[in-house]
Write a protein of this length. Sequence first.
Length: 75
Amino acid sequence: MKIVAIVQLVLFIGIPALMMWRSYKKMTEEERNDFRTDFASKRFAATYGLLALSFALLWLEPIFAITWLKTGSAI
């Protein structure tokens, strides 16, 4: 069961990360600077960062079998 959870984690994080990296490489320098500015803002971290953290905790719970990870991701 843990192998399946690890494969899911790699797929759910790896595929979007590769797609984002390819898109970032295709951007012009001006677009990259705009992206960095938006990505480093507090508003971005408070919205998308917390959402990503919640999903990461939810995907890590089956690997480590720690119930507070599932509770923390729900909160």
